[in-house]
Design a protein around this ligand. Structure first.
Ligand SMILES: [Zn+2]
Length: 145
């Protein structure tokens, strides 16, 4: 069982596979940095169902987003976000957050939401989606050993 440092290292290695895709070279450096951050985040995220560094970072990120939503008086969105945060906390460790289905559905849902709400061409978000997939997959692979 790898700790958070092992999962971060694996996510960075997984993120290195992005060099194989043709979109990587023309991607500006802030986009590349975002891809690395996304891969590391999703490399830690599956352990959100247990007391871990991933859970701490996830809850900290959600707290920041929720504070922004409350500041903007977007109470309905803040409430839905709060409901979604509870779901992984209710499951057993290495339950659904450690499934290949979740690896597709969670980054995929975020990809579709980003493409819908941010506008632009869906292909613009593909590097970030792949970074999330590679980070998530690295966690699942490392946990298998
Ligand atoms: Zn895990």
């Amino acid at each position: 069982m790898a700790g958070y440092k092992g999962h971060i290292a694996a996510a960075l290695l997984g993120c290195g596979l992005l060099y194989l895709f043709p979109f990587w070279t023309p991607l500006p450096w802030p986009g590349k940095a975002a891809c690395v951050a996304i891969a590391v985040f999703f490399g830690l995220w599956p352990d959100v169902d247990t007391k871990s560094k991933g859970q701490y970072l996830f809850l900290l990120a959600i707290l920041m987003v929720n504070l922004v939503l409350l500041y903007r008086h977007e109470y309905k969105r803040a409430a839905y976000l709060g409901l979604l945060v509870i779901l992984p906390l209710l499951s057993r460790h290495r339950g659904w957050t450690h499934s290949w289905t979740a690896m597709i559905l969670i980054p995929g849902g975020l990809y579709l939401a980003a493409a819908h709400y941010r506008g632009g061409h869906p292909a613009d978000f593909l590097p970030y989606f792949l970074a999330a997939l590679l980070g998530y997959a690295s966690h699942l692979v490392v946990d298998r050993f």
